[in-house]
Ligand binder design. Structure first.
Ligand SMILES: *Cc1c(COP(=O)(O)O)cnc(C)c1O
Length: 422
């Protein structure tokens, strides 16, 4: 059966898109500039077919892998980079960077409130005895947000302690309610931190932010950026992995943690995956633009229906995440159900709220991805608690992202229900 959209939903989609001409044009301009940067880096490094050959076993002298490190370093404006399929996820890459940068007796500061949930285990604020930073004698402190915004004075004060050796800045909001940080805001924070403590390394959790702007945090003062390859920079093609780019000593420190001290980035075979990492990076500026358009379109459609969104459809974007406050549980479930119906994979399943470990309320997730858990592919997830906010992200193509959102809206509105307005 072909996908059917009602006339009402179709008209709503057309209206939303007509009203997004300026936003889409801005997104296209960014994608154009980033594509040029990526293409130039490929050419500067004389990317050739032979880079895609790949290695097995120890993975010594993997030309494609080592060149890709250099290309990432160029793109992020850094001395060095480490791009590896051996990183199991973004958390692993961030943890390697933290363990590489910190020793017993050092202090780690999180600059913008609590970090992403999965990092709590790494830091050691949750369960003890798993070899967390805390177990190894690294102390953790956190600068709380003030009115959901970074507390710049508080950051300067907390960073000033000479025992502080690393400051972590999370670019994307994650599951918090604060706004995601712009690269310019991160630059401002870096200047403040450097003034307070020139010896503290500034590490940015760059997840969901890559290629959304034309600059990255390392262009404006951050010492290191870290992210996941099944999000933005993998372009939807990378099958797994993570990257780290930054100051050479910090990248090398992280490499010693990814593998073992003394070996670092010298080992790590690529198992024939190099082409997907290159091709994914080549596509990434475009793929990210498709995801940003999907987010903006989702916001606009839901605003037309009277829902509150964050960011607003007209706002300049700093990551690919879209929040929509669904106000009540049934609406949230229907929205997620519709997103699932629009997926190319697993479209026949119905997402249900479940008790996810580590969360205090049930969580509902809609995702039908080619790569398990890849949130550069259209996905929606939400904790089942007021204001029943759904976090929408991804969309490999705007066309499919648009369809997914319209199917979600159709599910939400039902057949003959009146359009809910505030
Ligand atoms: C996705 C993400 C991570 C890492 O999550 P993984 O599931 O381990 O890849 C870390 N921080 C933020 C803000 C994220 O969005």
């Amino acid at each position: 059966m072909p996908l059917q959209l009602s006339d009402k939903v179709r008209a709503l989609g057309d209206q939303a898109q007509r009203e997004l001409v300026d936003e889409f044009s801005r997104i296209d301009t960014i994608a154009q500039e980033n594509t040029q940067r990526v293409l130039a880096a490929f050419q500067d490094h004389r990317v050739a077919d032979s880079y895609f050959a790949g290695t097995t076993g120890y993975g010594y002298d993997d030309l494609g892998r080592d060149k890709l490190d250099e290309i990432y370093a160029d793109l992020f404006g850094t001395e060095a980079a480490l791009v590896r399929i051996q990183f199991v996820n973004g958390t692993h890459a961030i943890a390697s960077a933290l363990f590489g940068a910190l020793k017993s007796g050092d202090v780690l500061v999180s600059a913008v409130g609590a970090p992403y949930d999965t990092l709590l285990g790494v830091i050691g604020t949750a369960e003890k005895g798993h070899g967390s930073l805390k177990d190894y004698g690294v102390e953790y402190r956190q600068v709380e947000l003030v009115d959901d915004a970074p507390d710049l004075e508080g950051i300067a004060r907390m960073a000033a302690d000479p025992k502080v050796k690393a400051v972590l800045i999370q670019r994307s909001k994650g599951y918090s309610t604060r706004a995601s940080l712009s690269v310019a805001e991160i630059g401002e924070m870096c200047a403040i931190i450097k003034r307070a403590n020139p010896n503290a390394a500034i590490l940015v959790d760059n997840c969901y932010g890559e290629f959304v702007e034309t600059l990255e945090p390392t262009h404006v003062g951050a010492d290191l950026v870290v992210g996941s390859l099944i999000k933005n920079p993998g372009g939807g093609l990378a099958p797994t992995g993570g990257y780290i780019a930054g100051r050479r000593d910090l990248v090398e420190g992280a490499a010693q943690r990814l593998t073992v001290p003394g070996i670092g980035g010298e080992c790590g075979c690529t198992l024939g995956q190099n082409r997907l990492l290159y091709q994914g990076l080549f596509l990434a500026p475009h793929t990210v633009s498709q995801a940003v358009k999907t987010a903006v379109f989702g916001a606009k459609v839901m605003e037309l229906l009277g829902y509150e969104t964050e960011p607003h459809s007209s706002a300049v974007r700093h990551d690919i995440i879209q929040m929509i406050h669904m106000r009540e549980p049934e609406a949230l479930k229907k929205f997620c159900k519709g997103i699932q119906f629009g997926a190319p994979v697993d479209s026949y399943v119905t997402p249900e709220p479940w008790d996810m470990p580590g969360y205090d309320s049930q969580v509902i997730m809609a995702a039908g991805a080619f790569i398990q858990g890849a949130s550069i592919e259209l996905s929606a997830d939400a904790p089942m608690r007021p204001p029943y906010t759904v976090y929408l992200q991804g969309g490999l193509t705007f066309e499919s992202g648009r369809l997914g959102i319209l199917l979600a809206v159709q599910e939400l509105l039902g057949s003959d229900q009146p359009v809910p307005r505030e």
